[in-house]
Design a protein around this ligand. Structure first.
Ligand SMILES: Cc1cc2nc3c(=O)[nH]c(=O)nc-3n(C[C@H](O)[C@H](O)[C@H](O)COP(=O)(O)OP(=O)(O)OC[C@H]3O[C@@H](n4cnc5c(N)ncnc54)[C@H](O)[C@@H]3O)c2cc1C
Length: 341
């Protein structure tokens, strides 16, 4: 998805991210209630944690959840504060909100339309622009105690921390997808652009120095992502550090590839060019992806000496060199032959 558009991928990531405090922290009854509604009603979910004074340091949140008492018992909570940079923040139908309750940071479920919940203006971002990012303000938002996820105050940071393994992995996949899309454009340009009597793709200095190293790094990132995903799928807990490593490696590889692709396409990468803006930012259009898929037929030959056939990001089929028929899956690099051939 990130290969097609990082913004759309971010919107979906935010739905999963917003659902995570329910998955890992809610009571069985709450989980059944909310997950059923998210699935049945297709709710757009947002994860509302970051604040103007609390970014990396979640414990610094200022949003407060005051207890509302009745006959000496907790009846509900009143939420006050402001969140910022919230993906889907302007449109979400359900927010999972981290607020400071008397016993510590705690996640609450807040539905769209709850009085006092005010989504703010969309941020005009430099990149991933198709994803909505907004502040969200809570002004005396009253919630019944049933909306406290897990039923016990003070567990919010544990819940946030416990999903970092796989949420970091998702961001790593964004780096990979964006980098791959940018490289594919640079490769296509290198084949089409003739200079000094031959396409750039036939010039070893161009391909070996400017394209292949990025492809190698992106493939290494993919291998790391797949390995970490496999370990998570096996139920291995506490992979937060591994998630951080793969996120760093893959996003650095993706950024470097996008930057290189931007410069590789030279004058077409000037600000007025839609084509280059898209390549620098993320990606190829669905149409061009389909076109690449169509152009892929016959036998699969890969890049840098290894034949690569792929189905999805998570399912990989590596065939011996030139041995397996290549289906639409070869669209990974869009190559039916080596880029310099
Ligand atoms: C597109 C986008 C979508 C987002 N979506 C959401 C969302 O849906 N929900 C949500 O809650 N938040 C969201 N965020 C916010 C995101 O989680 C924060 O940007 C992130 O937590 C970092 O916080 P910050 O931007 O305040 O940076 P800061 O915490 O101010 O950090 C600034 C820099 O300092 C570094 N730094 C911070 N602390 C230390 C330290 N102790 N030692 C050394 N270096 C340090 C950081 O690595 C960073 O480079 C989104 C952000 C973006 C850009």
């Amino acid at each position: 998805m990130a290969k097609l558009d990082l913004g759309v991928a971010t919107a979906f990531l935010a739905i999963f991210l917003g659902t995570d405090p329910i998955v890992v922290g809610a009571t069985e009854e709450q989980r059944t209630y909310w997950l059923r509604r998210i699935a049945d009603e297709g709710l757009i979910v947002a994860y509302a944690v970051t604040e103007p004074l609390a970014g990396s340091e979640l414990s610094a949140i200022r949003t407060r959840a005051e207890r509302v008492m009745e006959n000496g018992e907790i009846k509900g909570y009143k939420i006050n504060g402001t969140k910022q940079f919230i993906s889907n923040g302007g449109y979400a139908q359900l927010y999972t909100v981290l607020a400071m309750a008397p016993d510590g940071p705690t996640f609450f479920a807040v539905e769209q339309g709850t009085p006092g919940l005010v989504p703010g203006k969309h941020e005009n971002k430099l990149g991933i622009r198709s994803s909505n990012t907004s502040p969200v303000t809570f002004e005396d938002v009253y919630l019944p105690k049933e909306n406290l996820l897990g039923g016990v105050e003070g567990k919010g940071l544990i819940h946030a921390q416990s999903v970092f393994g796989f949420t970091r992995l998702m961001v790593a996949a964004f780096g990979l997808g964006g980098g791959v899309a940018a490289m594919l454009r640079a490769i296509r340009y290198a084949r089409e652009r003739v200079q000094a009597g031959s396409p750039l793709a036939e010039k070893p200095g161009y391909m070996d120095k400017l394209i292949v190293p990025h492809v190698v790094r992106l493939e290494a990132a993919r291998a790391l992502i797949e390995e970490t995903a496999h370990r998570l799928d096996q139920g291995e807990p506490e992979l937060q550090t591994e998630g951080a490593i793969v996120k760093l490696f893959a996003t650095e590889a993706g950024n470097a590839a996008a930057d290189a692709a931007f410069r590789r396409t030279a004058a077409t990468a000037t600000p007025g060019s839609t084509r280059s803006r898209r390549s620098g930012e993320t990606c190829a259009s669905p149409r061009s992806t389909r076109a690449r898929a169509r152009s892929c037929s016959g036998r699969c030959r890969g890049i840098v000496g290894a034949s690569i056939c792929r189905t999805t990001a998570s399912t990989t089929r590596r065939s011996p060199l030139h041995s397996k028929p290549c289906t639409a899956s070869t669209r990974m690099w869009g190559l039916t032959r080596r880029p310099w051939q």
